[in-house]
Design a protein around this ligand. Structure first.
Ligand SMILES: Cc1cc2nc3c(=O)[nH]c(=O)nc-3n(C[C@H](O)[C@H](O)[C@H](O)COP(=O)(O)OP(=O)(O)OC[C@H]3O[C@@H](n4cnc5c(N)ncnc54)[C@H](O)[C@@H]3O)c2cc1C
Length: 228
């Protein structure tokens, strides 16, 4: 059943079988219509049309390296097309509608969107003006790839158990620790990294820091190739 060609690509789960004939339909929003504005409904139609035309025909990447290259390409395309705007607007309903359409056409495009939001929203919520102007316009335009670095080898669901520390050093901080399972690691332009400034305070001692990919001391060890 999962090989049926008329199924959306993300449901088919079969590598290398992208077909432009897949027909995407605008997500059925009747049940949640009361929570949407007219502009949300119009957005869902526009992004579905875009996904059908621009994303469905894309080849499925055959391996991890190709997926990384396609993720970077998708970043630029989605940014140029304006689909990251709901992130900048902090319009989470619009973000859900965009994700639903992207995911039906290209799970990778959806992941690119999700990571762009995860890495950028903390800057929008809590970053100062300098940090925001350095990263947010580039992230929303698809020129800078975001990443969200919370998980550690010994801290997954129990996020408060992270061991990465942040120590004040002049105007900045020195971060020390190891992260794992970080999507976009090695291809991101900036990492929103969670670290503790005061381990004695547990979850109350954790803050988020933006680390540029070229920051001294930041090392990408290797990609984790996962199988479904
Ligand atoms: C494809 C992929 C991409 C990811 N991308 C990122 C990323 O970009 N950034 C990032 O920071 N992290 C990322 N992660 C990490 C992900 O968020 C963690 O895997 C998640 O937090 C769970 O942590 P864990 O794998 O250590 O599992 P654990 O925390 O060890 O949990 C293992 C199992 O135990 C269950 N469990 C845990 N605690 C309890 C409890 N108290 N009661 C009952 N059940 C419990 C869990 O539900 C789970 O089923 C990614 C993971 C994957 C698989």
């Amino acid at each position: 059943m999962h090989a049926e060609r008329q199924l959306p690509r993300g449901v088919r789960g079969v590598q290398g079988e992208a077909h432009a004939q897949i027909r995407l339909t605008v997500p059925e929003s009747t049940a949640v219509r009361a929570f949407l504005t007219d502009s949300h409904v119009a957005l869902a139609a526009r992004v579905t049309e875009y996904a059908a035309q621009e994303l469905v025909p894309l080849p499925e990447p055959p391996d991890d390296a190709a997926a990384r290259a396609q993720a970077r390409e998708l970043l630029g395309r989605l940014g140029q097309a304006g689909w990251f705007a709901p992130i900048g607007d902090l319009d989470l309903r619009a973000a859900c509608l965009v994700r639903e359409a992207l995911a039906a056409a290209s799970p990778l495009a959806d992941v690119v969107f999700a990571l762009q939001a995860l890495g950028t929203v903390p800057i929008l919520l809590a970053g100062d003006r300098a940090l925001q102007s350095r990263w947010v316009p580039a992230a929303l335009a698809g020129r800078a790839m975001a990443s969200f670095a919370l998980t550690e080898p010994e801290a997954g669901s129990d996020a408060a158990a992270i061991a990465t520390t942040a120590r004040r050093d002049g105007a900045g901080y020195i971060l020390s620790g190891t992260k794992t399972f970080i999507s976009n690691a090695g291809i991101a332009d900036f990492y929103t990294v969670f670290a503790s400034t005061d381990p004695a305070q547990g979850n109350k001692g954790i803050s988020a820091f933006v680390v540029a990919a070229d920051a001294p001391g930041l090392t990408f060890v290797r990609p984790l190739v996962l199988s479904a």
